[in-house]
Write a protein that binds this ligand. Structure first.
Ligand code: ZN
Ligand code: ZN
Ligand code: ZN
Length: 216
């Protein structure tokens, strides 16, 4: 979803926490400007229902907003407690971070932070699956692709430029950050699959490709 719409849903959620469902209360809390056309768009997508001046979530919209709010408030805890960002800047940075937290990263951050229940300004953080099970071990750490066993999947986070020509070669194959690769086999050659491509890669290069380990 567009970042702007994510921000609007976030503002609707925050206003609703104070039992205020008016457009005015929502725009006061929203990090971006929006107009009636944006609200109509959200209504068309089945996220909200407009009723006179009130804006209410549909059940789908509520679910989406809850997950955005969770990412936003986890990002707040992250930037204040780990990155030690000043509280005056927290809100802005948290808003940027929330949009790029992918689900597997979100869970790892929640575990690393000890499943925080409230954000730095005292608002509740919606729980995730990891919180209900009180997971203590982060599975989805960044590892070298070399660490994955045959059949395991990883999402590329970065590629260390080992040698210049190698890096160009990988990119020309479409191995960019964000791409999900599956280890096909490791013997006699390291072989991966991604997006309908099967590729044998030199061990030296495999070592320099880092991925989020994805749990199937
Ligand atoms: Zn935000
Ligand atoms: Zn907060
Ligand atoms: Zn958690």
């Amino acid at each position: 979803m567009d970042e702007k719409f994510e921000e609007i849903l976030e503002a609707i959620w925050a206003a609703g926490e104070n039992n205020n469902f008016s457009v005015e209360a929502i725009s006061k809390r929203c990090a971006v400007d929006f107009n009636d056309a944006d609200l109509s768009e959200l209504e068309k997508e089945g996220m909200i229902v407009k009723n006179a001046d009130k804006v209410l979530f549909s059940s789908k919209g509520k679910e989406v907003a809850q997950s955005i709010m969770r990412r936003h408030r986890l990002a707040e805890v992250l930037v204040t407690s780990i990155l030690k960002v000043k509280s005056s800047e927290m809100e802005k940075i948290a808003c940027q971070v929330e949009h790029c937290l992918q689900p597997e990263v979100e869970e790892s951050i929640c575990i690393l932070l000890g499943h925080p229940e409230i954000c730095p300004d005292g608002k509740p953080i919606p729980k995730g699956k990891c919180c209900d099970h009180d997971v203590k071990v982060v599975n989805n750490m960044v590892v070298s692709l070399k660490e994955l066993a045959p059949g395991e999947k990883g999402k590329i986070t970065y590629i260390k430029p080992g040698s210049h020509s190698n890096l160009h070669q990988l990119i020309s194959f479409g191995l960019n950050p964000g791409v999900v690769v599956t280890v096909h086999r490791k013997n006699p050659a390291f072989c991966i699959k991604f997006e309908n491509t099967e590729l044998a890669i030199d061990e030296e290069i495999v070592k320099n490709i880092f991925v989020w380990r994805l749990v199937n």
